[in-house]
Design a protein around this ligand. Structure first.
Ligand code: KG4
Ligand code: ZN
Length: 323
């Protein structure tokens, strides 16, 4: 079965094709350069860029891969309404013209299923953790298509905090990889307080405020690496403590990470430590599949079709769709 996936939920336009669950072709257009000058994603600008790039990208991928497709999978939420609706309209047009079925994909589920692209299959029950610019969510994943949200941030997502602090530091959007790179040369660490919150829920706005206060006291750029390290340690230790709590309370065999922030080595190190302590497996996609991409949407759609999920052309987008 050949599934064409479309991702336009935020600022990346992507189209990919999977054949029997294996990625055969992928094209992407990132809008990073365009949004950099605004310091973050401007929804209207993102929609226009999707509108401008979808058709040319489709032409490129169909030039590379000419076989008839069987289905179109498209992200229908969560995400920016304008961006989602453009991707969905485009997907419907293809489904109609090619006479194939359409499936609406949840972006967070796609982040968790990204590991399938590298032939890695989770051992259930798992704890899925999506960490990105828009989400920080812990999801009990007990079988194919069976999810339960268990803990999430009530305010800023971890990637959002990193991008906001990065902006203050003069690092262009998105700041995550540059902050990680900066911290590699840290001689010491400027400590930032961690999350103090009971249960599985999270809040990162306190850490953001504490980090901003600390940063404003810094007088030399030489201290930026130690600050970058302190910021990541505070955010990622807070998250890994929450993960450990879930692992202690539930029977879990494996932890699966997804989302742009999951590419971070400090975070992966902390979660790996929890896994070693509790004798669990850990799966993280390669960095290119952690960030938003259409391959994960295509593979998620493929998995949904195998599970018997089916949509029709009345499919609508849901910008705050929960997994
Ligand atoms: O999943 P993603 O590509 O888009 C959303 O769905 O939000 O995640 C983007 C986020 C941004 O906040 C970016 O700064 C962060 O992922 N990010 C990182 C790293 N690479 C990207 N954060 C920490 N360390 C990284 N290496
Ligand atoms: Zn994402």
């Amino acid at each position: 079965m050949i599934v064409l996936g479309i991702e336009t939920s935020c600022d990346d336009t992507g189209i990919a094709i999977v054949k029997d669950g294996i990625l055969v072709c992928e094209v992407r257009a990132t809008q990073e350069e365009i949004h950099k000058k605004f310091g973050g994603v401007v929804p209207e600008v993102a929609s226009r860029e999707h509108f401008r790039t979808l058709l040319p990208l489709y032409d490129v991928i169909r030039e590379k891969f000419k076989e008839k497709i069987d289905a179109v999978a498209v992200t229908v939420g969560p995400g920016l309404p304008g961006s989602l609706s453009l991707g969905l309209c485009f997907a419907k047009t293809i489904a109609l013209c090619e006479g194939v079925r359409i499936v609406g994909v949840n972006h967070l589920e796609a982040h968790l299923l990204a590991c399938l692209l590298e032939n890695r299959y989770p051992k259930f029950p798992c704890l899925g953790v999506v960490i990105s610019g828009g989400h920080t969510e812990m999801i009990l994943w007990s079988g194919w298509g069976v999810y339960k949200r268990i803990g999430w941030t009530v305010d800023d997502a971890i990637g959002e905090v990193i991008d906001k602090i990065g902006r203050e530091m003069g690092i262009s959007y998105p700041a995550g990889s540059e902050i990680e790179r900066l911290s590699l040369s840290a001689k010491g660490e400027i400590k930032i307080s961690k999350l103090k919150m009971e249960g599985y829920m999270m809040s990162f706005s306190g850490i953001k405020t504490a980090a901003l206060r600390t940063f404003r006291k810094i007088t030399s750029k030489n201290d930026y690496p130690a600050f970058a390290l302190g910021l990541q340690n505070s955010l990622f230790s807070s998250l890994s403590s929450k993960i450990e709590r879930v692992v202690e309370d539930y029977y879990i065999k494996e932890i699966v990470l997804g989302g742009g922030v999951a590419a971070n080595n400090i975070l992966k190190g902390k979660v790996a430590k929890v896994c070693r302590k509790h004798n669990l497996g850990m799966m993280v996609p390669s960095p290119k599949f952690c960030a938003d991409n259409a391959a994960m949407v295509a593979v998620c759609g493929y998995d949904m079709i195998l599970r018997g999920v089916s949509d029709d052309l009345s499919l609508d987008y849901k910008s705050d769709w929960k997994i």
